[in-house]
Design a protein around this ligand. Structure first.
Ligand SMILES: [Zn+2]
Length: 97
């Protein structure tokens, strides 16, 4: 699957550094408080199955809506602080100046 947000936007999740994958799976917004959290359903997924893609899309939709509602997403798609207009990315910092 292609990541639709964040630092590695446009890249395949399975091609991102393992540290990033672990980071992503440890994010509070990535954890959905259900009996079977979606992120757990992704454990062991090789990144190619339709089931995994569907689960990932659900996560993405939930995450995207959460960001938009909370004002936590920069216009570039990266996370930002609610009180900041832009994320910490250089491209956006320059834009802010
Ligand atoms: Zn940004």
């Amino acid at each position: 699957m292609i990541l639709k947000f964040g630092k590695y936007k446009g890249q395949r999740f399975e091609n991102t550094p393992e540290s990033y994958q672990n980071w992503l799976l440890n994010q509070k917004w990535f954890k959905i408080p259900k009996k079977q959290p979606l992120y757990k359903q992704l454990n062991g997924w090789n990144g190619y199955s339709n089931k995994g893609q569907a689960i990932y899309d659900q996560i993405f939709e939930q995450e995207k809506n959460h960001y938009i509602n909370q004002g936590l997403e920069c216009s570039c798609g990266l996370r930002k602080f609610k009180e900041d207009k832009y994320c910490k990315g250089d491209h956006c910092q320059n834009q802010g100046l």
